[in-house]
Design a binder for this molecule. Structure first.
Ligand SMILES: C[S@@+](CC[C@H](N)C(=O)[O-])C[C@H]1O[C@@H](n2cnc3c(N)ncnc32)[C@H](O)[C@@H]1O
Ligand SMILES: [Zn+2]
Length: 426
């Protein structure tokens, strides 16, 4: 059980502050709210001077649904909200997912009053019955303290900035219960866009280059980084859902962490994109020396772009997303006639879970531009592709894009046929 005192003196000023994790103080970037009463899913709370985004509500909904499913299946739920801001997640884990205990932490002790005021609506309790505690530690220090005290958590939520998540992964995995859930966040759009390959190599162990589906690469880079950390500890991870949101941008992934090895590095490999023909492929480690594109664009060294190692498996578990949909329906969050954003997102995630779909997505604008035609409507294109036996799904990441196992050359042919253009005409 946790015995940390929220006021332990060593918690406040680390001897060697890591310059990468010194984002505690409010910055003037417009997302630090002035104190006002907010409401989310009917819960009222204050934000004070903390970093808070309304747009992250869907990410919080997803976290609460997963937490509640865990509680329902295991009959227990201890949550560590490592970068809690104003404490809205902690409040929601307590009130909606009925967590037995939540440790709400934010390194900035100036947030203390706001967090306490927000959590006060849940009776704090005493001793072993204590429902929540607020601390102000660097997340890594807190996670390590908990691990050393054998104080394990069923769900650890790390809502960090930039690529800081890579600093917390190992200590978080150490502090997770058997079969526990790790909810991780990155907001590092430059890295996913392939603009800092040396940085992505340092943070996630992956060399990432620019690709047209970079926002999906951002999710795969984050999961891949977790695969690497997990394997060091003798664990493997399963992504339950992966969520990209353009504000930020924000990449969020819910991972289940288990003891054991990822079989034969399955789902941890390389993704290529050929600038010449527009096709993308996945390659395993064993195929490293044989990477090429069937269009022979690989003979032009600038044509074939390779990123990896990345997660190349499914972004979500279909069975898990179905459970989330059922629970969201029971709670009246979805299924009331008018399709909510959450409902749309969960349905798209379910479609994206088809294991036949390749990594990445094909943008209709790129198909049209390569085919030199006007783009056929997305739905028409998808049904034509399905008729030819290809798997298709919309992407929750990009509006006018298709996830598929269909090569770009075939997409171009199908699009031309739909527009009544002879494929062989130049
Ligand atoms: C993105 S905000 C959290 C938002 C909150 N989770 C929500 O849903 O509204 C990140 C928070 O992490 C805190 N923080 C930054 N670096 C930290 C670290 N190394 N350890 C603990 N907290 C940190 C900041 O003070 C900030 O409040
Ligand atoms: Zn090619």
């Amino acid at each position: 059980m946790l015995t940390l005192s929220p006021k332990a003196p060593f918690l406040y000023k680390p001897q060697n502050p890591n310059p990468k994790t010194q984002h505690y103080k409010p910055q003037t970037n417009g997302t630090y709210c002035k104190s006002e009463l907010q409401s989310e899913r009917g819960l009222e709370f204050e934000t004070g001077e903390t970093f808070f985004r309304h747009e992250s509500a869907k990410g919080r909904d997803l976290g609460v649904l997963a937490a509640s499913l865990y509680n329902q299946s295991k009959g227990k739920l201890r949550v560590l909200d490592a970068l809690c801001g104003c404490g809205i997640r902690s409040l929601r884990y307590l009130m909606e997912a009925k967590a037995d205990f939540v440790l709400a932490n934010d390194a900035n002790d100036e947030h203390r009053r706001v967090i306490l005021d927000n959590l006060k609506r849940v009776d704090r309790g005493f001793g072993d019955e204590r429902k929540w505690v607020v601390t102000h530690l660097d997340a890594n220090r807190l996670l390590s303290e908990c691990y050393l005290q054998k104080d394990f958590f069923d769900l650890i939520d790390i809502d960090s900035f930039g690529s800081d998540i890579s600093l917390f992964l190992r200590s978080a995995m150490n502090t997770l219960s058997f079969d526990g859930l790790l909810y991780v966040t990155s907001t590092d759009g430059h890295s996913s866009g392939g603009h800092h390959p040396d940085h992505t190599l340092a943070a996630y162990g992956a060399y990432v280059r620019p690709m047209p589906f970079s926002n999906e690469v951002g999710l795969r880079m984050l999961i891949g980084g977790a695969v690497r950390e997990a394997s060091v500890l003798g664990y493997y991870i399963t992504p339950l859902f992966s969520y990209y949101s353009y504000h930020g941008p924000v990449f969020r992934v819910m991972l289940r962490v288990n003891r054991g090895k990822l079989l034969e590095n399955r789902h941890y490999g390389f993704i290529t994109y050929c600038n010449k023909c527009g096709d993308s492929q996945e390659f395993s480690w064993a195929e490293l020396g044989q990477i090429s594109c069937s269009c022979n664009g690989s003979h032009d060294s600038s044509a074939l772009v390779i990123s990896g190692p990345l997660w190349i498996g499914p972004l979500h578990s279909a069975a898990y997303i179905s459970e989330m949909i059922n629970l969201a329906g029971e709670w009246g969050w979805i299924g009331n006639g008018a399709e909510t954003d959450l409902e749309k997102l969960l349905k798209q995630m379910l479609d994206e879970s088809d294991p036949r779909l390749k990594s990445g997505y094909i943008k209709m604008d790129e198909v049209a531009s390569r085919a030199k035609i006007n783009s056929p409507p997305l739905r028409t294109m998808m049904s034509a592709m399905q008729k030819e036996g290809y798997a298709t799904s919309r992407s929750h990441i990009a509006l006018n894009a298709i996830k598929t196992d269909c090569p770009m050359s075939e997409c171009i042919r199908i699009a031309k046929e739909l527009q009544g253009v002879n494929s062989f005409a130049v």
